[in-house]
Design a protein around this ligand. Structure first.
Ligand code: 9MR
Length: 471
């Protein structure tokens, strides 16, 4: 279309505004602003490289713009915080807590009692139950005490169930030396130090069904027992490290299975959180655009659990960019939502669009993440994130004054700063439908069938997203 036509159309388009565009969304939305609108937390770890300043500047900018919850990849683990007996090292953890406070983010603590990343000196006490009890208690008292009021939730116990059989993980130093009651004790000690913190049991392969032979089925029985016995457990963290498609029966899981776990936990007043999500492909295979779109749909299906289940509030991804991901060690690749160059992948779009299009059922109130008391009368959890959030978003979202108007099937764009403006159309599930470059202020949407869509217009650093009705 020639420029003169585009301008004429713009006036026309403006007069028709309202016929096509549903003003359901504000411009310049991020995962973070939309997460807050939906009353949930959406986050990603800070990769270990961040702590030593080894990441490009846009990594941090993306992180604080898009996410409202953070966890350290390795820096709050036992070996990092108590490398030598009784000598605590909080440097890296403090750095992350400061970053979170400055950017109005919630902090997750990971992890207190875990069989892995335990320093050698602990293993020396493998056969001394009394000493191991003292070691674990002292660790919890110091670490949780140090970050009391700053770390909003803890993975108190991580991966205590064996991988494929429904039983305790017998190789754990804590299990071997103390017995399964190390779990009960760890929760009680943590709660005693910080009664306001939300306390989780965290594990993987929990998306594989809740029958007694599956890991989640075994866990569910334990959670019932803990709740009955008054053990202060408030949440189950499902790590959700899954493979895009797999034929290995040990790894076949589904969002539906995880949803059924959420529903069972709701009966016990316990939350479900997705804490370490990645959806990898096998290493070495060629990953096509179609594969990445399917991956996006799986990300969206797991997000639906968090949006729709009243006792689910957190969607945390185990990394930002495929370039810095632990997945290679598992023979998987490309499991995150930004590519190696920190460009958003189709999975990012699926999540963004789903956060925009989700409408809670009419009779349900918006989720309130400020109230997280789920089990005990005395465990109300304070929310430390909300107040700075709006400010942080304003600070870091660098957007222009783009606007769009739809007239019939022509989309008119004003305020674009870059030479070419990219227009992406998604369906209401976040599936990409159509993309085009708009060079003269207008784009034709002739090929779309009637219905609701989400349009994203990108011009340089500016980003505008709106829902449209094509008639
Ligand atoms: O991403 C972490 C990686 O850098 C470490 O080398 C690894 C060591 O165990 O731990 C990774 O994080 C794990 C998390 O702490 C617990 N769940 C599984 C995660 C991926 O292995």
């Amino acid at each position: 279309m020639k420029k003169a036509h585009a301008l004429a159309g713009l006036v026309f388009g403006t007069t028709l505004l309202g016929a096509g565009i549903t003003n359901a969304f504000a411009a310049d939305e991020t995962l973070r602003s939309l997460a807050e609108k939906n009353g949930i937390y959406v986050g990603a770890i800070l990769n270990s490289q961040w702590f030593s300043g080894g990441l490009p500047g846009n990594y941090e900018q993306i992180h604080k713009t898009q996410f409202n919850i953070v966890v350290a990849e390795n820096e709050m683990k036992f070996d990092a915080t108590e490398p030598q007996e009784g000598r605590f090292n909080y440097g890296n953890g403090d750095k992350m807590v400061k970053y979170a406070q400055q950017n109005g983010m919630r902090v997750r603590g990971h992890a207190l009692a875990w069989h892995s990343q335990v320093p050698g000196w602990v293993n020396n006490y493998r056969n001394d139950k009394q000493k191991l009890l003292k070691v674990l208690k002292n660790h919890i008292q110091n670490v949780v005490g140090h970050w009391k009021g700053k770390v909003a939730e803890w993975d108190v116990v991580n991966e205590a169930i064996s991988n494929n059989e429904p039983m305790w993980r017998s190789q754990s130093v804590w299990y071997q030396g103390i017995g399964p009651e190390f779990i009960d004790s760890a929760f009680v000690w943590t709660h005693a130090v910080d009664p306001d913190a939300e306390l989780c049991y965290n594990d993987y392969n929990l998306e594989q069904g809740i029958n007694p032979k599956a890991k989640a089925g075994f866990l569910l029985e334990q959670v019932k027992r803990w709740v009955k016995n008054g053990i202060p457990i408030h949440c189950v963290g499902s790590q959700t490290h899954v493979e895009d498609t797999t034929t290995d029966k040990h790894f076949i899981g589904s969002p539906d299975s995880l949803r059924s776990l959420a529903k069972e936990l709701a009966k016990l007043n316990v939350k479900l959180k997705i804490t370490e999500l990645d959806i990898g492909f096998k290493s070495g295979i060629n990953v096509s655009k179609k594969d990445l779109e399917r991956q996006g749909q799986t990300f969206r299906q797991y997000l639906d659990i968090i949006l729709e289940e009243p006792n689910a509030d957190t969607y945390l991804i185990w990394g930002v960019s495929d370039k810095w991901s632990w997945l290679g060690g598992l023979n998987r690749q490309k499991g995150l939502i930004y590519d190696d160059n920190l460009k958003p992948k189709p999975a990012f779009d699926s999540i963004l669009v789903r956060l925009q299009t989700y409408e809670p059922p009419k009779d349900t109130a918006k989720k309130d993440t400020t109230v997280t008391d789920t089990t005990k009368k005395d465990t109300t959890v304070k929310d430390t994130t909300k107040k700075d959030t709006a400010e942080a978003i304003k600070l870091f979202a660098n957007h222009g004054s783009l606007s769009m108007h739809l007239a019939g099937r022509t989309l008119f764009i004003t305020g674009a700063t870059a030479k070419a403006t990219k227009v992406d159309i998604f369906d209401m599930q976040g599936r990409p439908v159509f993309s085009t470059l708009c060079k003269n202020g207008a784009a034709e949407l002739d090929n779309l069938s009637e219905g609701f869509y989400v349009v994203r217009v990108k011009s340089g650093m500016s980003n505008l997203i709106q829902r449209v009705t094509i008639k």
